[in-house]
Design a protein around this ligand. Structure first.
Ligand SMILES: C=C(O[C@H]1C=CC=C(C(=O)O)[C@@H]1O)C(=O)O
Length: 405
């Protein structure tokens, strides 16, 4: 049997039906690449997590190979018109410092390689060459600031304590999305984030919703933000301000509490001190929660319990979800839903789909719809929140500008 040949990641397009997951850089990077779809399961409604889990478990019981992974993207809302998906790639590469495992479900082969296989240099794929336009989306900047104003009024009136409002922007390309090249640009610029591509959704998220590894569980709550300028003194002052801001502390506390309260019901957990996580374009208040599950829960089931956290929905959860749906007025689809991978042993990793864009196929070429949101509490200023969403769109905008100059 010849050695499996690694696809040229930078040349991947939607035609390859790829799925990607990458975290870290250099020899400590962990990468999962899928090509083709061996199986695809969909679900919708409030039971979509459980439905995907059941369909995947039933599928795995028919396999002769263990360790097969599947990629998952779940919608933010249970009433989204988008489906939640679980994709089992036809061929999958699991690449880490431990070596490379290649599972080809169509051929029934399972190969362990000591080193990452060399990629052939593929001819340039037929993908977009240019950005045709960049326009506001379903919620314009002006509408967004009006929504923030209304949310603050309702918070002051006591209807809720926190909500998270998002807006969108559309970047129209003149051809197909250069999936691999964009993913590579994101990975290089944001190695501490998790780069993903699942079912047209591409991004690099800093927020680990849940990782389950043989009973060990880990989550990171982010909320409370300030831009990073690149000037060390300015950024240090912003970081100090973030740590002492009462508004950001309360915005963060709601998010952290929503994670801690759920994990405490299913695991023995420890909670880190709140600290500042600094990324190339933005910094966040961060709290890490780690521990061990006390019962049998798969990563997908834990993601279902944690979602929607107050980092992307609000507090109380139901009131916040109702208010954001009313004030945003658009379907978030998979944006701010869990995206990640699972295996047949219940392990997996899910980040919250942030700093991302969703592919839309149009006659003139693919469009990428970018999304970004901001937590709204008492004291939130509409223009500052709008600027924050612009900062959160930078990673996707810069990756697109780099690949399609
Ligand atoms: C909703 C987003 O970010 C969340 C995660 C980190 C910080 C946030 C904030 O400070 O508002 C948001 O809660 C987004 O990136 O679209």
């Amino acid at each position: 049997m010849p050695e499996p040949v690694m696809p040229d990641l930078a040349a991947l397009t939607a035609k390859d039906k790829p799925t990607l997951w990458r975290h870290g850089s250099g020899s400590s990077a962990e990468t999962i690449v899928g090509i083709g779809e061996y199986a695809r399961f969909t679900a919708s409604g409030p039971d979509r997590f459980e439905s995907l889990q059941q369909q995947f478990s039933a599928f795995c019981s028919t396999l002769r190979t263990s360790g097969v992974r599947a990629f998952v993207s779940v919608t933010f809302s249970p009433v989204s018109r988008y489906s939640s998906v679980l994709i089992v790639p036809r061929v999958q590469w699991h690449i880490s410092e431990r070596g490379t495992r290649v599972i080809d479900l169509a051929n029934g082969t399972d190969t362990i390689l000591d080193l990452p296989p060399a990629s052939p240099t593929a001819p340039p794929p037929a993908v977009a060459q240019h950005v045709l336009s960049r326009t506001e989306g379903d919620l314009t900047g002006e509408q967004f600031t009006a929504a923030v104003r209304e949310a603050v009024t309702r918070i002051v009136a006591g209807e809720l304590a926190k909500t998270v409002l998002a807006r969108d922007e559309v970047i129209q390309l003149d051809g197909a999305v250069p999936v691999g090249a964009l993913a590579q640009a994101l990975t290089e610029a944001y190695p501490t984030c998790w780069t993903f591509y699942v079912d047209g959704l591409i991004g690099a998220s800093p927020e680990m919703l849940v990782r389950v590894t043989n009973g060990e569980v880990r989550s990171r709550a982010l909320a409370g933000s300030a831009p990073v300028t690149g000037d060390l003194d300015i950024d240090q002052a912003a970081s100090d301000d973030l740590m002492t801001s009462a508004k950001d502390a309360s915005e963060h506390a709601y998010a952290a509490r929503s994670i801690i309260e759920v994990l405490r019901t299913i695991a023995d957990v420890e909670v880190s001190d709140t600290h500042v996580l600094r990324l190339p374009t933005i910094m966040h208040l961060a709290t890490d929660v780690t521990g061990f599950l006390t019962g049998e829960h798969s990563a997908l089931q834990v993601a279902g319990l944690l979602h929607p956290s107050a980092a992307i929905c609000g507090t109380p959860r139901d009131a916040a979800a109702r208010v954001l749906a009313e004030l945003e007025g658009f379907d978030r689809g998979p944006y701010s839903g869990p995206v990640g991978w699972v295996d047949d042993a219940g392990n997996g990793e899910f980040v919250i789909a942030l700093r991302c864009a969703l592919t839309e196929h149009r006659d003139e070429g693919d469009a990428l719809r970018l999304y970004a949101g901001a937590g709204i509490v008492v004291g939130s200023d509409p223009q500052t929140e709008l600027a924050e969403t612009a900062t959160k769109m930078l990673p996707m905008q810069r990756a697109i500008a780099q690949v399609l100059p």
